[in-house]
Design a protein around this ligand. Structure first.
Ligand code: 5GP
Ligand code: ZN
Length: 124
């Protein structure tokens, strides 16, 4: 599915970032996902991976999203190295996805935080 057929929510911050309506520092883009640096990084490396289509959170995922999520999660380690995380096991990275109010989610467009780099980190 091309970008033009992807469903966006006009009121969603990350949909606006995906569409380039709000600027971001891009890490990676392909047909299914958009990856960009977090504006308030907790760690020396901190980027966000989002599906281009608007999915509010992990809570809405079903079997139809297995390909998309498999793609996103297998892309994460490659991009972590590309962005400066040292290799496993000395280096590595942390993957976090906040889901819902009690999960600490602030932006309601599914996203995965990928954080890494030398410690100490600002948070986490
Ligand atoms: P959440 O708490 O929903 O898991 O995380 C949302 C993340 O989005 C936060 O880490 C926050 O710094 C980041 N963020 C919020 N607004 C923007 C923005 O306009 N641009 C970028 N690049 N990141 C943002
Ligand atoms: Zn969205």
């Amino acid at each position: 599915m091309g970008e033009r057929e992807v469903a966006h929510d006009p009121d969603c911050l990350f949909c606006k970032i995906v569409q380039g309506q709000i600027p971001s520092r891009k890490v990676h883009e392909d047909e299914q996902v958009y990856v960009f640096h977090d504006i308030h990084p907790w760690a020396p490396v901190h980027f966000l991976m989002v599906p281009k289509q608007h999915i509010p959170s992990f809570a809405q995922l079903g079997p139809e999203h297995a390909g998309l999520m498999g793609h996103m999660m297998t892309l994460a380690p490659r991009l972590a190295l590309q962005e400066g995380c040292r290799p496993y096991p000395e280096g590595g990275f942390r993957i976090v996805s906040n889901t819902g109010a009690e999960g600490g989610q602030e932006v309601h467009h599914l996203h995965v935080h990928v954080m890494g780099g030398p410690r100490p980190w600002l948070r986490g």
